[in-house]
Design a binder for this molecule. Sequence first.
Ligand SMILES: Nc1ncnc2c1ncn2[C@@H]1O[C@H](COP(=O)(O)OP(=O)(O)OP(=O)(O)O)[C@@H](O)[C@H]1O
Ligand SMILES: [Mg+2]
Length: 404
Amino acid sequence: MPSNPILICAPSTELRLQLESHLGDLGYATTSVRTPADAVSALRDRPFDLIVAEGLAVSGAIGGMRAASQTPAPMVIVAPAGDVEARIAFLEAGADDVIASHFTRAEMEARVEALLIRSGKVRPKGPGGGPVAGKITTFFSPKGGVGTTTLAVNAAVMLAGGAGDGRVQHVLLIDLDLQFGQVATHLNLSPRYDIAALCSDDLALADPDVAISYLTAHSSGTSVLAAPTNPEGDFRITVEQLEQALAILKPRFDHIVVDCGTRLDPRTLWMLEQADTHIFVIFPEIAALRATSLLLSFLAETATLRATTHFVVNHIFPKELLKTRDVQNLLKAKPVAEIPYTEVDLIRSVNEGVPLVTSRRNSPAAAAIQQLVVAIAGNEWKQPAGVGRDADRARREALRARGS
Ligand SMILES: Nc1ncnc2c1ncn2[C@@H]1O[C@H](COP(=O)(O)OP(=O)(O)OP(=O)(O)O)[C@@H](O)[C@H]1O
Ligand SMILES: [Mg+2]
C-alpha cells in the first residue's frame, strides 16, 4: 500500500471528505486544508508528494503553492465538469493534471498514481500487480584494480540479456567511480552526457523523460549513466542530486547496477544504504581481506544498511595467493562466486570493449559471473539462451582443473 503524503486543499467540506476517504482508503497519508493560504503554510511546514486542490478556489494561487513546496509536488486540480476554458487555464497556470468534479474513485486513483510514478515517488506495478523490482546492486572493493568494474559491467550485461522467459529486463548501469570510472571503456561507449551533467540539470532531475536522455545505450540493452568525462565533475555532485537522479530513474528499470569503485565518500555511502544487494569484490590476499573487514566494521557502525551482502573472489593472478577456505574463514562467509583467472580473454574483452559474457559466453569466467547474477536476481532468474548447458560444462571443467 502506498503511504505518500498528499495535501488536499478544498473549501467544500463534501469534496474534502470525499478525497480524504478515497485517498485514505488507498493508503495515502492525507492532510486537508480549506484555503490556499492554509495550503501554503502546510507546504512550508513539511514536504508532500502530491497536491489535490479544488480548482476555482486555487486558480490564482497555483504558483504560490508551487513556490511554497519544499520538494517538487505534482498538482491535480478538481475542475467543474465540462468547463474546457477553466481546464486550459489551470494547465497554463502550472497544474499537472485536471480532473472533472464528478470523478470516480477509480479515475482519481489512476490519476494520482500516474503522477506519483511520473515524479518517481512510487514504482509502477509489474505484470502481476506487484511493484516492478527496481533492485539496486552495488559493486565495491576497498582495493583498486581487483576487477570491480569488470564484474559490475558483465553482471549488468548478463541481467539485460533477460531471465530466459522472454521478459525484457531494463538494466541501468551507473558509474559511481566519479573521478576515473571506466564503465564506458569496458563497453566501448563514447557517452555524450555523464552523471555530473545530469546532476546539474534541475529540469532532468524533475522529469524522467529528460533524465533518460542523459543515459547512453549499449547494444546489450543496458543503459549507462557514465562517470564524469572530466575528474573535476566529481566535485560538483552532491548526495541530494544523486538522490533526485536515482528517484527519477529508478521506476524505469528492473535492475540498477552501480560500480561504486574503491572510495568511500558521502555519495558511495548513501548509495550503499539504498542498495538491495552488495557485492564486495575480494582479491584473495591478506591486505585486501583486512581492508574488507575494516570496511564491513565501519559500515556496520556508521551506515543504515538493508542490503544482502555477497562476496565474490576474483582471481586476477594466475597463482592462488590464499586458499578460498582461508578467505571464507577470514570473512566468516562463503563467497557467492569465484571468478577464475582468465588471462587473455578478460584483458582483451576490456581492450575491445566487449564484455566477456558476450564474447566468451561459454567460458568458466562467464559461468561464474552467472552465479553472481543468480545471487543478485534470485533463483527464478534462469540462464539466458546460449549460456545453458555449455556453461554448466565449462563450470565443471573449471572445477576439475582446479582439482576440487
Ligand atoms: N579474473 C580475472 N582474471 C584475469 N584478469 C582479470 C580478472 N578480473 C579482472 N581482470 C583484469 O584486471 C584489470 C582490472 O580490472 P577492473 O578495471 O575491472 O578493476 P577495478 O577494480 O575496477 O579497477 P579500478 O580500481 O582501476 O577501478 C583489467 O585489465 C581486467 O581485465
Ligand atoms: Mg573500476
